[in-house]
Design a protein around this ligand. Sequence first.
Ligand SMILES: [Zn+2]
Ligand SMILES: [Zn+2]
Length: 448
Amino acid sequence: MADLLLRGARVIDPFQGLDEVLDVAVSRGRVSEVGKGLSGEGREVLEAEGLVLSPGFLDMHVHLRDPGREDEETLESGLEAAVRGGFTAVCCMPNTDPPLDNAPLVEDLVLRARGLGLADLFPVGCVTRGREGKELAEMGLMFASAARVRAFSDDGDPVVDSGLMRRALQYVRRFGGVIISHPEDVSLSRGGQVNEGRVSFALGLRSIPALAEEVMVARDLLLAEETGARLHLAHLSTAGSVRLLREAKARGVRVTAEATPHHLVLSELDIRDYDPVYKVNPPLRTPEDVKELRRALADGTLDAVATDHAPHSPEEKEREFDYAPFGVVGMESAFPVLYTQLVEKGELGLPVLIERLTLGPARALGLEPPDYGEGVRPGARADLVLLDTVTEWVIDASAFASRGKNCPFHGWKVRGRVVLTIKGGKVVYRAPDYRWSREQGEKVRERT
Ligand SMILES: [Zn+2]
Ligand SMILES: [Zn+2]
């Protein structure tokens, strides 16, 4: 592994509150030097002027379909998609077949991920055995296992039984775990396809009211408050959920929350011609909901962006809207879409977006060094991503590493390209047609 010098990038590191143009040297898997005017002698030099260097991103919510549906995604294709999207760590949800509800299974997954040498894998364990919602899974054993599971969820489904959810929160509180809630009251959402309102009426599709989410958000906030346990709310989509979250945080409830790029960027008005690529759960909501989510992301009410990456086979996804499964892929489009739609439009500062992709999710999960989050400083493990925020390009889902091509951002013109991802000092992704040169740096700088 050759020593590397990344010369002259704007280094944005939320772990140190750093935002400065610096040279960063990488040697033997670690950041060896950070400073100005570092020597390139004996190092491969990448001219990174005009580019942005950040700690590798953390996606706290992805579905990798492995084990069980390797036709839709494998550990390898999923983690390859991660590093192409700038993520050097991901948390995979346990709704696999079999579900991730025991220590040997999560340990096996982590070992296999390590063997690939792409992104770090932090599995999320089941809250209930078999994800059946009947009895608690052995969360303590998964926490203490070599997989070091920190978060638990029955994602894909809510924990319907309030008594069981309360016991789950009491249980993880003892060892410092966190419960991730998939907030959905299925008695209000069952059979629904799109958000309840104008669009469901116009399209004649069965609907899911905002209330289906908000009722469950309210319940879980009450349970978290009463138990004193840590709760994380997944994929919030409505202004009402944000209001409940804001109030709970103000009261001191130990809660964090995420929103997805698709809920932050698309609304129900984007659903065209019954195209199932827009079918997600929770559904795309109103433009007013999107506005409130963006406000909450900017002011820190929302702690993290997570993709809820959900690959599906084309045979299953490209069906009639009513019969298509919910979900979109997201890891390879997340940063460019958010950069173009939020940062370029002046709604969010770039350092804030990077914080919501690094420190924010790390805090929500309770992940700390050396697992994640050493930042860009001498001695830190070199998990880094280099971004070109200037050159325009077009998202092409057919070229994704993910086996899932169900991406609503296919064909979008964007900026914010991942040009290099480094994991443990090793280059795990390099944009194939990217020109590294001083001239490219000049060009980029001129346009900044
Ligand atoms: Zn979910
Ligand atoms: Zn999910």
